[in-house]
Design a protein around this ligand. Structure first.
Ligand code: C2E
Ligand code: CA
Ligand code: CA
Length: 860
């Protein structure tokens, strides 16, 4: 090779080949110089070297035998050799590629670099190691490419880099990815990702669980919006182009919501809180990740809390809540209304600020003791309002404990009962005063009389007691009506009051009975003077509703201590005297005389006689049939009590029932009637199974004792099951409404198959609508209402109304006291179900009723 300057001054390089020419003798005759300009080639080589020197990868070349032909500085550096000659011309496989990373030998045949030029193929490998000059190794990535010369393999060029670091990064990445995956899989939140088309690309186990799927395969690759978010919380469709989760990747926005629902595979749904983030790659959004949690429970408690808050603030009772240390933590609006304290004024303070000072320490001590023992205290407690006013409250305090049983709060609910107290006061007033006339009532009268007698005893003076009863009041009441009757009583009360001195006490005992106590009289005649004055005052007619009514009292007078020594006896004797006055022809007064006692004695005698009658079995039952109006056949019989008196003969119940009731003898008598009637009903069961047997009960029997139990026992004794007896009990309206207990008794009787009839309907005060609430089967129209039917248009209208109203309430309607054919025709026309009365038969004895029933003919 040589160079010389070219005409343009630049140095050019040539490669010359000298070819000698020989003569016949073999001497050099001439030399042929073949010269080639290699300037460009040299430049190219220099460029290659420069490139090789400067590239960041190691490069070396090999000949067909695997011996190194060249290598660049980076290769030396990577392989940690300083002198290229340590490698040039040597077999590189043996030097730097003899073993795997773990040190096991890598034979020639397995070396893919060797293979590259044997097979004339490229190989890219990044899972092997190269060994350095210092005996260490590094993870290598190499690319070997065979060198072809004239289509024949001449060697190979290998470029390689140390990828230890990349490996480490990759490993770290792999590990962090793994950690990330583990994290995603183990979190309680659901996590899923979607691609740009909204198809699920991954979902974690929590997500699957929350959404009710078993495997990720059920969701992956599917449009997730349609599966889990197709509807709004209210059930209306949620369109994909409105879906905020979808916006996350369509519009590259973060989205958060805690007011939405997701839908499970089984199409149930749950309250959800979620966040959606877009996933970006190289600056563009490729999808989104959504994390979500089921917040149904939280929502529920929120709702409950809201409700509780509403109740708390909405209730009319004041509510005060303290912590375990009894410091107020909350009060409601009603508390402020009632006490005047606002929440700001009391929160953090001790409830003692409302203490009234009305209760002693012992009261509070027992309160806390009860609270500790029972977890609750209730009672009346006086508190103080902000303005200092004291008020009674009905307070209910309860203890709130946590799961461990530690007290966390005290809750006091208190209602202001000052109004109730006022009402109670009014009631007390009412209890002592007759609402109609405003006069003291029986209670007040008794108290006043007692006081008067005590005073009289001390000062040894006399007291006169006057009993007054209006003559013919009942008739006035019946003809003018209750309202007019009430007005009359008011006028009478006022007139009486005007006749006496201020210190004399006028009272109304009830009905048309009045009393006057004359305290401290000198002579009995003083009472007579007053009695005359009263009678005189009543000569003047009383005007009520434009009608003039004349009424007058009959007056009985009794004197303490002359006629009686006690208040009770004084009342009894005055009462007896009043009856005497009535007997004497009314509108008069009468002093008590000893003879009058005989009446009371009679009463006593009757009581004894009744006891005897019971013991000697002198009671009998008579029976009166009632008919089915449509068929004319006997529908049943009513048992009516009679007393077979040895001397007086057959005595009707009117004569003795009131005494029996007063003395309680009605109980054993009633039991006897029940038993007797049931036995009769049982006897009829075979032949006349449709017959109802009705018995009458007094109020006492329903209010006291165990009537249902007695009926049940009686049935059992007769070998009957509930429902096998067609028993009906008759009760008057008045006894019915009195108590819950009597209604309960009726229900029990009903359950035993017993029918309930309202007797004497139309005489009491009840309304049909009230009846609706009672377990009643039959309505018996009172005979007083039938008396003037059909002549009296008013009575006719009332009877017709009762019948049709009874029917609308599904009741059987029975008319009693039917005496005439005309009455029966009227009833038939009105559709009345049954009739009873003298027209068909009077009450008859057992033998006769048996015959009547057997013939079933009462209407000849
Ligand atoms: P009551 O329940 O209204 O019984 C019907 C009464 O009306 C019977 O009087 C009967 O003789 C009478 N009567 C029936 N048909 C007619 C008629 O067409 N015209 C007229 N003017 N009267 C008729 P009695 O038997 O004197 O009974 C009177 C009341 O004594 C009964 O009224 C009932 O309340 C009560 N009573 C009867 N037996 C018993 C009983 O065993 N226990 C109880 N607690 N009370 C009974
Ligand atoms: Ca009856
Ligand atoms: Ca009746």
């Amino acid at each position: 090779e040589y160079s010389h300057a070219a005409p343009d001054g630049k140095e050019r390089f040539f490669q010359a080949r000298l070819v000698p020419e020989f003569d016949a003798q073999g001497h050099v005759e001439a030399v042929i110089v073949v010269s080639r300009d290699i300037t460009a080639l040299r430049e190219a080589r220099a460029r290659v070297r420069m490139i090789l020197d400067s590239v960041g990868e190691g490069v070396y070349g090999m000949d067909v035998d695997g011996n190194c032909t060249f290598l660049n500085p980076e290769a030396l550096r990577l392989l940690r050799y300083t002198d290229a000659h340590d490698l040039l011309g040597k077999n590189l496989h043996a030097i730097l590629h003899h073993s795997h990373a773990d040190g096991t030998p890598l034979p020639d045949g397995e070396c893919r670099i060797q293979r590259a030029f044997r097979e004339g193929r490229d190989y890219v490998v990044d899972d092997e190691v190269f060994w350095r000059g210092d005996g260490t190794s590094f993870a290598v990535s190499y690319h070997s490419r065979p060198i072809l010369k004239n289509r024949k393999i001449a060697g190979a060029v290998v470029t390689f880099t140390d990828i230890t670091e990349r490996r480490a990064i990759e490993e770290a990445l792999r590990q962090s990815e793994e950690r990330f995956r583990l994290l995603i899989e183990s979190v309680a939140e659901g996590v899923f990702g979607v691609d740009k088309r909204g198809n699920c690309i991954f979902i974690n186990p929590a997500g699957l669980h929350l959404l009710g799927y078993d495997t990720a395969g059920e969701l992956i690759g599917k449009p997730i919006h349609a599966l889990i978010h197709h509807a709004m919380p209210d059930g209306t469709t949620c369109r994909e182009d409105h879906c905020p989760m979808v916006q996350a990747f369509l519009e590259d926005k973060d989205f958060y919501s805690d007011n939405d629902r997701l839908w499970r595979r089984d199409n149930s749904s749950f309250d959800v809180e979620y966040r959606s983030h877009p996933i970006r790659r190289n600056g563009t959004v490729v999808g989104s990740v959504t994390t979500f949690v089921d917040i149904s429970e939280r929502k529920r408690t929120e709702r409950q809390l809201r409700q509780a808050a509403t109740v708390f603030d909405g209730t009319i009772e004041a509510i005060l809540i303290t912590d375990a240390n009894r410091n107020i933590v909350a009060v409601n609006r009603a508390y402020t209304t009632i006490t005047g304290f606002t929440a700001e004024e009391v929160v953090g303070k001790n409830p003692r600020l409302q203490k009234s000072g009305q209760h002693d320490a012992a009261f509070y001590q027992s309160l806390w003791e009860t609270l500790e023992r029972d977890g609750q205290w209730q009672g009346e407690i006086w508190n103080r309002r902000k303005n200092g006013e004291m008020f009674p409250a009905w307070e209910n305090i309860s203890v709130v404990k946590d799961d461990q049983g530690h007290i966390t709060n005290y809750v006091a609910v208190l209602s202001d009962i000052s109004l109730i107290k006022k009402a109670e006061e009014q009631l007390r007033q009412l209890a002592h005063h007759d609402a109609l006339t405003g006069l003291p009532n029986r209670l007040a009268f008794a108290a006043t009389l007692e006081q008067a007698l005590q005073r009289a005893k001390r000062h040894t003076h006399k007291v006169a007691l006057l009993f007054l009863d209006l003559d013919h009041f009942k008739r006035i009441n019946d003809t003018l009506g209750h309202i007019a009757g009430d007005k009359l009583l008011q006028v009478v009360g006022a007139r009486l009051k005007r006749c006496v001195r201020a210190e004399d006490s006028v009272a109304r005992l009830g009905g048309d009975e009045f009393t006057i106590i004359l305290d401290d009289i000198a002579h009995p005649e003083d009472a007579a003077i007053l009695a005359n004055k009263i009678l005189e005052a009543f000569r003047k007619p009383i005007t009520i509703d434009d009608r003039e009514v004349v009424t007058s009292p009959s007056i009985g007078i009794s004197i303490f201590p002359d006629d009686a020594g006690t208040a009770d006896d004084l009342a009894k004797t005055a009462d007896a005297a009043m009856y005497q006055a009535k007997d004497r022809g009314r509108h008069t007064y009468e002093f008590y005389t000893k003879e009058l006692t005989s009446r009371a004695l009679e009463h006593l005698a009757l009581e004894n006689a009744l006891r005897q009658a019971l013991a000697k079995k002198q009671f009998v039952l008579h029976y009166q049939p009632f008919l089915d109006i449509k068929t004319g056949k006997i529908a049943g019989v009513e048992a009516l009590l009679r007393w077979q008196h040895p001397e007086r003969g057959l005595v009707n119940p009117d004569m003795f029932l009131s005494v029996a009731e007063e003395t309680g003898l009605i109980d054993p008598i009633g039991d006897w009637v029940l038993h007797e009637a049931c036995a009769q009903a049982a006897a009829w069961r075979a032949g006349q199974p449709h017959l109802r047997v009705a018995i009458n009960l007094s109020g006492r029997q329903i209010l006291d004792g165990d009537l249902a139990g007695t009926v049940q026992a009686t049935m059992k004794e007769l070998g009957l099951c509930p429902g096998e007896l067609r028993l009906e009990i008759e009760i008057t309206e008045r006894t019915l409404y009195t108590t819950e207990r009597s209604v309960e008794t009726l229900r029990q009787l009903r359950a035993l198959g017993v029918h309930i009839a309202i007797d004497d309907f139309g005489t009491g005060y009840s309304s049909l609508s009230q009846l609706k609430r009672l377990p009643v089967d039959t309505l018996k129209i009172d005979r007083s209402l039938m008396q003037d039917v059909p002549e009296n248009p008013g009575d006719r209208a009332i009877a017709a109304a009762i019948i049709s109203l009874g029917h609308t309430m599904d009741l059987r309607v029975v008319a009693e006291g039917v005496e005439t054919r005309a009455q029966l025709d009227f009833l038939e026309a009105q559709g009345c179900d049954e009739a009873q009365g003298f027209l068909f038969s009077k009450p008859v004895d057992q033998e006769q009723i048996r015959r009547l029933v057997e013939r079933d003919a009462v209407m000849a």
